[in-house]
Write a protein that binds this ligand. Structure first.
Ligand SMILES: [Zn+2]
Length: 385
């Protein structure tokens, strides 16, 4: 079957005329989803970050060596050779325990794992950013350590109330849960930057400079190989995202070190501290009993009421529900924390202060962190009374 040449030419001209503007807009969209390392670096604002801001792992070891009240130890070494520190406050209370957590539950006696009720002080575990660029919590936790040492935050502001609450608990603090990722995070803060900056530094790029983006970035793990461009700060230097390690056959050292602390200490409450674009949110922990999910919801209600008093934004409290969605939730580090230690565990998401989406200041970010810690400590102290 052949057509007259003139008719064929006519169709070709028409197709070119119709598709050219369309292809132009497709190309523009593709360009917007692409960023080279040089472009990403050039987009970092030239600015002095506040003195109270901690966006780097440099200097942490020296800071922790000089603690007067707290105890510091190295819990693990990352694939990049960086220390993962555990800072603790308050004596560890020795209580009875003969079984690991899931065997104790199988034996229908949670206290067979650890008689938490016999402890005088609540044990609260703060897991700092396992996603390296989410340094809002690194700032928060280093400020919490400063408060426990001196009664003041790094702004010099009196925080004796928070320190008094902390002194009535045993605090376990891992300030940097993924130091390799944080070391790779050159902006040191995403506050006032744009969504694509978050995508570049957080999830990274493929080898053609296309932004990986969420959730596609989770579909290759470990994230290694020829198709990987800039390795995002989600990952340690071996391409492992500790939030999604293989908990029964670990791929990286960070998640196992965090879970070992949980197993040995049996915290009452544990948080994995993250950041995202929208307002502060406590997320529903997946694969936890509804009573434990309800405990997280109650804590969220308390925290959000405190944020209201400070005129700070927040999300709505998480729903309590079974794992019955068509696309089930992932069993992640937060789920594993509960199943290793019986702790009420949850993920907290703090805003980065991205332009145009919950654009909060560095000051407000630190306030959101410290108010969360206060709500958590009060929540557990109330149960002991
Ligand atoms: Zn995260």
């Amino acid at each position: 079957m052949s057509q007259p040449l003139s008719r064929t030419l006519g169709i070709v001209v028409l197709v070119v005329l119709v598709t050219q503007p369309f292809q132009g807009s497709v190309r523009a969209a593709a360009e917007a989803d692409r960023m080279t390392y040089a472009q990403a670096k050039a987009r970092i604002p030239q600015r002095q970050l506040p003195d109270f801001w901690v966006g780097d792992v440099k200097g942490l070891a020296a800071r922790f060596e000089t603690l007067a009240r707290g105890t510091a130890r190295v819990a693990a070494i990352s694939p990049g050779g960086r220390a993962i520190h555990l800072i603790s406050y308050g004596e560890k209370e020795q209580v009875e325990g003969k079984a690991n957590f899931n065997s104790a539950i199988g034996g229908r006696l949670p206290s067979a794992y650890m008689d938490k009720g016999a402890r005088k002080k609540p044990v609260v575990f703060f897991v700092g950013p396992v996603h390296g660029h989410e340094v809002e919590a690194l700032t928060g936790l280093v400020n919490l350590i400063e408060i426990m040492e001196t009664g003041k935050d790094l702004r010099g502001r009196d925080q004796s109330h928070l320190r008094a609450l902390g002194s009535q608990c045993r605090l376990l603090i891992v300030p940097a849960g993924n130091p390799d990722g944080t070391a790779r995070f050159e902006p040191r803060s995403l506050q006032g930057m744009e969504q694509n900056d978050l995508r570049f530094w957080g999830q990274g790029t493929w080898s053609d400079d296309a932004l990986c983006g969420w959730p596609h970035v989770k579909r290759q793990h470990p994230l290694v190989g020829d198709n990987v461009g800039f390795l995002g700060c989600y990952f340690n230097d071996a391409g492992i995202n500790p939030m999604h390690d293989e908990f029964f056959a670990p791929m990286g050292p960070e998640a196992p070190a965090i879970l070992k602390i949980a197993r040995e200490e049996g915290p009452d409450l544990a948080v994995s501290l993250h950041s995202h674009e929208p307002s502060p949110a406590l997320l529903r922990p997946a694969y936890l009993p509804k009573a434990v999910q309800q405990d997280v919801r109650t804590l969220a209600e308390r925290y959000y009421a405190m944020l209201d008093q400070h005129n700070l934004p927040h999300n709505s409290p998480p729903q309590v529900r079974a794992e019955d969605q068509e696309m089930p939730s992932a069993f992640n580090l937060t789920s594993a924390l509960y199943h290793s230690s019986g702790a009420t565990s949850f993920t907290f998401e703090c805003p980065h202060g991205i332009k145009g989406n919950c654009e909060v200041t560095h000051e407000q970010i630190l306030d959101m962190q410290l108010i969360l810690y206060e709500a958590m400590l009060q929540h557990e102290l109330d149960k002991k009374r």
